[in-house]
Design a protein around this ligand. Structure first.
Ligand code: NAP
Length: 249
């Protein structure tokens, strides 16, 4: 059964990793996909083709999620091309890990702007069509690190904790309009962002902390996103769903 037939979904940062897996999953369930990328142009074009293979409309947009004006143009273009927005997945993100003593103002700003400001930039645009349609699902990519914190990741943790506060506030603001807003807090998922975790001793000590005893796969986050995007979660808003193999317990 397809859960998202004829829906229109926006996904930021879908050229690789978790965003790509979410785009594929939502398209498999019948959603038309407008997604952004920043630098991975070839991968974005390849994904556009893969998504079209599901018989849905798919378009890649080069758009920097940390720049407000670019997000405004992106969502306007999507409105012209696709007509509305039913689902918005704020996924684009980076990490620039450093102990606070060595963390530069530029590193701090990059992480906060790309991970947190981006969520404001896009959400602010998509709520207009959603309010008009009196429905919508917004999904923000937080992290287990935003809940627990981690040495060397203060900027990343602050950005991901900020996303949780934002998510709950928007759930309060827009619940009466039938717009739901939830966050996903992935644990350690196998993507380019976490490739360094898979080596030797570091990998062993990370694995020991995960009750399920393994890293997660991008598709497992995509399954969570599918649930939150669809009517299967119609009475869920303002929540943080930890897809982390039990790392949070
Ligand atoms: P990834 O493999 O490094 O991919 C990051 C994606 O974000 C790429 O498609 C990249 O596009 C895009 N991106 C980066 N900066 C952007 C910008 N300014 N504007 C638009 N797109 C931008 O990372 P991932 O592991 O899939 O992570 C995806 C999200 O999940 C992030 O928010 C991350 O913090 C979160 N997360 C990941 C994990 C994990 O273990 N992997 C755990 C918790 C949370 P280009 O390649 O085109 O530049």
């Amino acid at each position: 059964m397809k859960l998202l037939e004829n829906k229109i979904a926006i996904i930021t940062g879908a050229s690789r990793g978790i965003g790509e897996a979410i785009a594929l999953k939502l398209a498999e369930h019948g959603a038309n996909i407008a997604f952004t990328y920043l630098s991975s142009e070839e991968k974005a074009i390849a994904l556009e083709e893969k998504l079209s293979g599901f018989g849905v409309k798919a378009k890649a947009y080069k758009s920097n999620a940390s720049v407000y004006a670019e997000c405004e143009i992106f969502v306007n273009d999507v409105m012209k091309e696709f007509g509305t927005v039913d689902i918005c997945v704020n996924n684009a993100g980076i990490s620039k890990d450093n102990l606070l003593l060595r963390l530069t103002p530029e590193q701090w700003d990059d992480v906060i702007n790309i991970n947190l400001k981006s969520v404001y930039n896009i959400t602010k645009q998509v709520i207009r069509p959603m309010m008009k349609a009196k429905k919508g699902s917004i999904i923000n990519m937080s992290s287990i690190i935003g809940i627990k914190g981690n040495a060397g990741q203060s900027s990343y943790a602050a950005s991901k904790a900020g996303i949780i506060g934002f998510t709950k506030s928007i759930a309060h603001e827009l619940g009466s309009r039938n717009i739901r807003c939830n966050a996903i807090a992935p644990g350690f998922i196998e993507t380019d962002m976490t490739h360094y975790l898979k080596d030797g001793d570091a990998s062993k000590s990370f694995l020991e902390k995960i009750p399920l005893g393994r890293f997660g796969k991008a598709e497992e986050i995509a399954n969570t996103a599918l649930f939150l995007a669809s009517d299967m979660s119609s009475y869920i808003t303002g929540q943080v769903l930890s897809t982390c193999g039990g790392l949070n317990i």
